[in-house]
Design a protein around this ligand. Structure first.
Ligand code: BGC
Length: 721
């Protein structure tokens, strides 16, 4: 008996050993074997570890789902938003994903030194360039910077529609119009991906507000969704093949986007032919199994209960393993393209100087001259008074995950000085001392506070009327700089944000009165995240330059335009209403919250079901203003130049519209300064069967720099229906 058992044991041992040997020899490897072969070699646990991210490593904060010690990938880019956990035995690399969209975020600690990134002009600003070639260059450089820091996927760009001017993250998004949004986003995606890094275009879709963002049910007609809120995505997906998309937090007509098979499969994959994968927004969606079934391949940042739920559902037969296999396959296809998989030897040393130069160029090309009564440009060398806190404390970009770990921000004061303007030392010192002492009084904000709302602005330094009069007597011009920030987690408020504060209004008025009494000009610079009220004060000033949030070289870029070194050529991609209440969405933004329907917030906090109804349908932005004859303060597509342009020789490739039509036009600079023009092509559609907006943008193109009186044909704008 005894000997038989021993024999049996020995025999079993041999079988196991030889089994292992066979396995080790034949173990499939990603890149060498086919994806089905690699998947066939994966255990269910491994598959689940791939479709649920590696958590966020935030020391002392286990609720972010991260491990006690950072993984290799988490160490690679400390502070990155998340990781995809690889499987070394099958040659599957771990990937690092990092925010986006105006530069690399959360990058200021760890390793042996502090790492800095380029802050690019915000999305709304880049779109104001209407220049897809420029945006593609920005994307390529942004991507190469990410690649050099060991990042595989940038959580960018953001392409939700500016439905309402107060949207807290509008600054990360491009436009109120899907055509501008789609083409600018496609240019950004193509640029980033050309560098070899992937994107996660976000947030798919109808995530047009921050209020109740995790549980708001967005209700609209299919037509409004298709024509406005999905259109930009469709253009971008078809034109640029983004590696990944990020589903949004909100619900759409009753379902979380993250759990919607119709959205992620029927529309995205079947109709638009999408080949990449979809990840959730951070902690987004409720039902891990539902998200898997919907084709939301990757749950981010990934928390253990999601893994448990998926494993249980497969084991109990509620979730077909084939669904997981498909989700895994889509992810593996992208891992194959990644720098990590290709073993890219990242340097941690991108050429930040060169990138800053491009950031400045992009900012200059995107600034919009809103008003100019012969006040701009002004010649360097003259003395001026720079008024307003913002002149000494420029806002490079918004807050939240869209914040960038920039090394510096060039203030307007520094930019003007470097361009050769002379600010009065008295006023310069007054502002800088005041701001320094106010900053010192502020309590340090927690990480969550930093992420979830912009800091309250420092109250404006109060100028006495004596000082204002003295300034008007001494200097040539006044430049007043007004700043507004915005960020993830909250929408902008009307009072003190959309509207100027009482003090700001009185400051503009007293400066304008004093300077105009001496026949001197007053220029306002707007360093803002989204439209503000201009109606109450614009008549009092001579020029308004919309500098948006221009990135780390902002002060230099504004000075380039003020001095006339560069002629402004940006145009609005979002309307400035004459009055907030004119906007068709004002009456139902940000919707209703149902206090009798409590739900659990993402981190266990109290939240409520809420809904927003897009009653305006397709009449968003200029589609509303033009169709219903409501005059905005500054319309979509608007922007002045230091020169003028004439259009001639408009030709169409056909007199009828079928599939595609090409329009060609000659643009001539009719003024005395070289400049660029944006050609915008709008169509009116017949309205006999259906109501239609009066006009809709169908195509656009930006000219090269046109010198005085030199006609230049545009290559032709193609319109596809
Ligand atoms: C934001 C995303 C971001 C993610 C990771 C979320 O809160 O909505 O835009 O990419 O966090 O930081």
């Amino acid at each position: 008996m005894m000997s038989t058992r021993i024999f049996a044991l020995v025999l079993t041992g041999q079988i196991i050993l030889s089994g292992l040997r066979v396995q080790a020899q034949a173990l499939p490897q990603l890149g060498k074997n086919t994806i089905p072969e690699v998947i066939a070699a994966m255990t269910l646990e491994e598959k689940v570890n791939l479709v649920v991210g590696g958590g966020m490593y935030v020391p002392g904060m286990p609720m972010f789902g991260g491990p006690a010690e950072p993984s290799e990938a988490q160490k690679r880019v400390i502070g990155a938003a998340g990781t995809i956990v690889g499987i070394p035995r099958l040659g599957i690399s771990s990937l690092v994903v990092c925010d986006g969209p105006a530069g690399i975020h959360a990058f200021n600690s760890g390793k042996s030194r502090v790492y800095y990134a380029t802050a690019w002009p915000i999305g709304t600003m880049l779109a104001s360039s209407w220049d897809t070639t420029l945006v593609k260059r920005v994307g390529e450089t942004f991507g190469s910077e990410a690649k050099d820091y060991g990042i595989d996927i940038l959580l960018a760009p953001g392409l939700n529609i500016h439905r309402n001017p107060l949207g807290g993250r509008n600054f990360e998004y491009y436009s109120e119009d899907p055509v501008v949004t789609g083409h600018i986003a496609a240019a950004m995606v193509s640029g980033i991906q050309k560098s070899g890094v992937g994107v996660s275009a976000k947030h798919f879709f109808a995530n047009n507000q921050e209020t109740n963002r995790n549980n708001v049910n967005t209700i609209a007609s299919e037509r409004a969704f298709r024509e406005i809120y999905l259109k930009g995505w469709e253009i971008m997906v078809r034109e640029s093949n983004p590696w990944t998309l990020m589903s949004s937090y909100n619900l759409v007509n009753g379902s979380y986007t993250a759990e919607s098979f119709d959205l992620l499969n029927t529309i995205l994959r079947k109709e638009w032919g999408y080949k990449g994968f979809v990840m959730t927004d951070w902690f987004g969606g409720r039902d891990a199994v539902g998200m898997m079934k919907a084709g939301n391949n990757l749950l981010m940042p990934g928390i253990p209960p999601q893994k448990q739920a998926i494993l249980k559902a497969v084991k109990e037969g509620q979730l077909d393993e084939q669904v997981i296999n498909q989700n895994v396959a889509d992810i593996l296809n992208i891992i194959l393209l990644s720098p990590a998989f290709k073993g890219y030897p990242y340097t941690d040393n991108p050429d930040l100087k060169a990138h800053a130069q491009l950031s400045r160029e992009a900012a200059v090309e995107s600034m919009i001259l809103l008003k100019n009564n012969n006040a701009l440009p002004i010649k360097p060398g003259i003395t001026l008074a720079l008024i307003g806190n913002n002149g000494y404390d420029l806002i490079a970009g918004g807050t939240g995950s869209g914040d960038v770990n920039k090394m510096y921000t060039v203030s307007l004061s520094d930019g003007l000085f470097r361009a050769g303007f002379i600010n009065l030392p008295e006023i310069q010192l007054a502002y800088t001392n005041y701001l320094e002492s106010e900053r010192a009084k502020r309590p340090k904000r927690s990480m969550i506070e930093e992420l979830m709302s912009p800091p309250a602005p420092i109250e404006e330094y109060k100028l006495s009327s004596d000082l204002i009069n003295r300034l008007a007597g001494t200097v040539e011009h006044a430049i007043i700089s007004i700043g507004r920030n915005a960020g993830e987690g909250s929408d902008r408020k009307l009072e003190g944000n959309y509207y100027l504060t009482e003090y700001e209004k009185s400051m503009i008025k007293s400066v304008a009165d004093a300077f105009h009494a001496k026949n001197k000009k007053v220029i306002v610079v707007l360093n803002i995240a989204g439209p503000i009220d201009v109606t109450q004060w614009r008549d009092q000033v001579d020029a308004i330059l919309l500098a948006w949030q221009p990135g780390l070289e902002g002060g230099n870029a504004i000075a380039d335009v003020i001095s006339g070194k560069v002629n402004p050529s940006g145009k609005l991609a979002t309307t400035f209403p004459a009055s907030y209440t004119d906007d068709p969405t004002a009456k139902n933004f940000p919707g209703k919250e149902f206090k009798d329907r409590p739900v659990q917030g993402t981190f266990g906090q109290q939240a409520y079901e809420s809904e927003v109804i897009y009653e305006e349908g397709v009449y968003v932005g200029y589609r509303y203003y033009t169709t219903f004859g409501v005059k905005p303060a500054y319309e979509f597509g608007y922007g002045l130049s230091y020169t003028g342009f004439t259009y001639s020789n408009l030709t169409l490739s056909s007199t009828t519209m079928k599939d595609k039509l090409t329009a060609t036009v000659t643009v001539t600079n009719s003024g005395s300064t070289a400049g660029k023009e944006v050609v915008q092509l709008y169509l009116s559609a017949p309205t006999n069967k259906m109501d239609k907006p009066l006009v809709e943008l169908k195509a656009f193109a930006k000219t090269k720099l046109l010198s005085q009186f030199q006609p230049m044909g545009l290559p032709g704008i193609q319109i596809k229906e």
